[in-house]
Design a binder for this molecule. Structure first.
Ligand code: G3H
Ligand code: ZN
Length: 286
């Protein structure tokens, strides 16, 4: 069933575990993420970037797709429908479309403006029972056209954003969207500790794909309760699809049927979600 994220993630931070937040792009992605979560009996957050929502046909369609898929698949675990890295307009549009949770990502604005706009989104979202994620510092690299310099989060700014009443906070702590370069220095645990000490809200670790498992587990033990994963599923989908085509399976029988062609990639996303959820310490739903 669809729920907001506030209570789920607060409980996760308190219990020192994290809940997976996976990006979707279409029906296959949505079914794979929801199916994996149901099989593991785990709560899940399913999110669309602004780019994915545009690709899929708008926020209302995304919300309705997730809601209808939950119903048709008899999904009983808690599901949060979330906007990932939204600008001000996107956050308002997702709220109007009935999302349960929105990220207002103001990292590219002067901090005072990020703070003011976060306050506005919190007031609007909370008046409708919708959760809000804000961003302090920035995530390196680019995701769906949203680029960050990887600026380390300031503890003072984190406190100010937390005071707006946001439900969870994404902090730049050396994490990067997309694939990590070979010379990556790792997560900045000193800064993560300072932020976790200063802020009560659950923390969000973006750029979850490719961070070594021990670093993710350490981050979770320190206050990270939401782990964002996108690239890992994209790589798995592309690899399985390539293998299917390179093996010539699209040339055998009706192997070119889109329902057959998309199946290996869809199963690979499901396996990826199950693998990540399996090790990252998420506790089963009671
Ligand atoms: O907002 C989404 C995540 O931060 C995804 O990052 O593509 O590196 O897994 P990733
Ligand atoms: Zn992100």
């Amino acid at each position: 069933s669809l729920v907001r994220g506030t209570e789920l993630f607060a409980a996760a931070r308190k219990g020192h575990y994290a809940i997976g937040a996976f990006n979707t792009n279409n029906l296959e992605w949505t079914r794979a993420i929801l199916g994996a979560s149901q099989e593991l009996n785990l709560p899940v957050l399913i999110q669309t970037s602004m780019g994915a929502a545009k690709y899929m046909g708008g926020y209302e369609l995304c919300q309705q797709l997730v809601e209808a898929t939950i119903k048709s698949m008899n999904i009983t675990v808690p599901v949060v429908m979330h906007l990932d890295h939204g600008n001000f307009e996107a956050a308002k549009a997702a709220i109007a479309a009935g999302y349960n949770s929105v990220m207002f990502d103001g990292h590219d604005l002067p901090f005072d403006e990020n703070l003011e706009k976060t306050k506005e989104i919190v007031a609007l979202a909370h008046s409708k029972g919708i959760s809000v994620e804000a961003e302090v510092g920035s995530i390196g690299g680019t995701e769906d056209g949203v680029t960050g310099e990887g600026e380390l989060a300031s503890v003072d700014e984190a406190k100010q954003l937390a005071a707006t009443g946001i439900d969870y906070l994404a902090a730049g702590i050396g994490n990067i969207h997309g694939q990590y370069p070979a010379n990556w220095k790792g997560l900045n645990f000193d800064r993560l500790k300072e932020i976790a000490d200063a802020v009560e809200q659950p923390l969000v670790l973006h750029g979850g794909s490719g961070i070594p498992q021990d670093q993710v587990e350490k981050a979770i033990s320190m206050g990270v309760a939401k782990l964002n994963i996108n690239t890992e599923c994209q790589l798995a989908f592309a690899k399985a699809t390539r293998q299917y085509i390179e093996a010539g399976k699209d040339k055998v029988g009706k192997g070119f049927d889109p329902r057959k062609l998309l199946l290996p990639g869809t199963n690979a996303i499901k396996d990826t979600v199950k693998e990540i959820d399996g090790w990252m310490g998420t506790r089963p739903v009671k």
